[in-house]
Design a protein. Structure first.
Length: 277
C-alpha cells in the first residue's frame, strides 16, 4: 500500500503532522490525493497569519505551485453533481450493512475507509447505528426516507453550501468533525465556512484539481460524509457517558485523518484551519 502513496498525500501527512493512521487510507485515491493536496493548500496559505506562516515569513506563500500554470482553471462547479436516486438507494443499502456490522454490498473507497474504522472501533459504529434504531431494517428505512440527507442539506444551506457539491461537503465535514473532536466546541463557524469556500475556489482557479472522481462516485462520497457527520452530531448530543463521547471523537478523528487532516492538531479560525501552535 505504501507504493501507492502519492506526493500530494505525503505532503499533507508531513505538513499537517497527521497521525500514522493517515497512511493506511492512501488507497482512498483519488479522493485522498485531491483532498489531501487541497487541505494542505488551504491550511498553509494563511497569508500574514502568524499561526500558519513561519516566524519572519509573514505574507509569503511557501506552498510550491509549479504545476498550476500547466492546468486549466476550474470552478466550484467542477465538483458538483446531479444526484441520481438509484445511486442513493444502493449507497443507503450498503451503508446500512456497514452500520449494522455486515459486509457492505458496494465497493467504494470512501465506504471502505469508513467501514474499516467501524471494524477498528465497533463502539463508534454502534453509537451511529443507535441513532436510527440499531436494527438493519430500521436503519435502512431511515436512510431511504431521506430525512438525514435533508437535515444535512439544510445545515449546509445555512452557510451557502450545497450538499450536491463534493467540495462543500468535504469543507463542512472538516468543520463539523473538528468541532466534535474538540469536545463539541462552539458550533457557530460562519466565518470559517466562508473562508474555506473561498480557499477552495482559489485552489480550483489555480488549476489544483481536488479529485478526478466520476460524478456517481462524487455523489456516493458526498452522501457518505454527510450521513456520518449528521449521525455523529446526533450521537454526540445523545451520548450517555464520557466513554461514548470518547469513542465518537476517536472515530471521527480517524475518518478525518483518512482525508488528510488531523483534527486534534489543527485550529479552526475565522480564516479556516491553521496548524496548532
Amino acid at each position: 500500500m505504501a507504493n501507492r502513496t502519492s506526493a500530494a498525500a505525503a505532503l499533507a501527512w508531513l505538513l499537517l503532522a497527521a497521525a500514522p493512521g493517515a497512511a493506511r487510507a492512501q488507497d482512498n485515491a483519488p479522493l485522498i490525493d485531491g483532498v489531501g493536496a487541497y487541505t494542505h493548500s488551504q491550511i498553509m496559505r494563511h497569508r500574514g497569519d502568524e499561526a500558519a506562516t513561519p516566524a519572519g515569513k509573514r505574507g509569503q506563500d511557501t506552498t510550491p505551485d509549479r504545476r498550476a500554470a500547466k492546468r486549466p482553471a476550474l470552478s466550484l462547479d467542477s465538483l458538483s453533481f446531479a444526484p441520481a436516486p438509484a445511486v442513493s438507494k444502493a449507497l443507503n443499502a450498503a451503508f446500512a450493512d456497514s452500520l449494522t456490522g455486515r459486509r457492505p454490498t458496494l465497493d467504494h473507497a470512501t465506504l471502505r475507509a469508513i467501514d474499516a474504522e467501524f471494524v477498528r472501533n465497533p463502539r463508534f459504529r454502534e453509537l451511529l447505528a443507535r441513532q436510527l434504531g440499531g436494527d438493519r431494517d430500521q436503519v435502512l428505512l431511515a436512510l431511504q426516507s431521506g430525512r438525514l440527507q435533508a437535515q444535512f442539506q439544510r445545515r449546509l444551506a445555512e452557510h451557502g453550501y450545497s450538499s450536491r457539491n463534493l467540495g462543500d461537503v468535504v469543507n463542512a465535514f472538516m468543520i463539523y468533525g473538528w468541532t466534535l473532536v474538540n469536545d463539541g466546541a462552539r458550533s457557530d463557524h460562519g466565518a470559517a465556512f466562508a473562508a474555506l469556500r473561498q480557499r477552495l475556489t482559489d485552489s480550483l482557479a489555480r488549476g489544483e484539481a481536488m479529485t478526478t472522481m466520476e460524478r456517481s462516485r462524487m455523489q456516493e462520497a458526498a452522501e457518505l460524509y454527510g450521513l456520518v457527520a449528521t449521525l455523529a452530531a446526533a450521537a454526540w448530543q445523545n451520548a450517555g457517558s464520557p466513554a461514548e463521547r470518547a469513542s465518537l471523537r476517536d472515530g471521527v478523528a480517524a475518518i478525518g485523518r483518512g482525508i488528510g487532516i488531523d483534527f486534534r492538531r489543527v485550529a479552526l479560525t475565522d480564516r479556516g484551519f491553521a496548524p496548532r501552535r
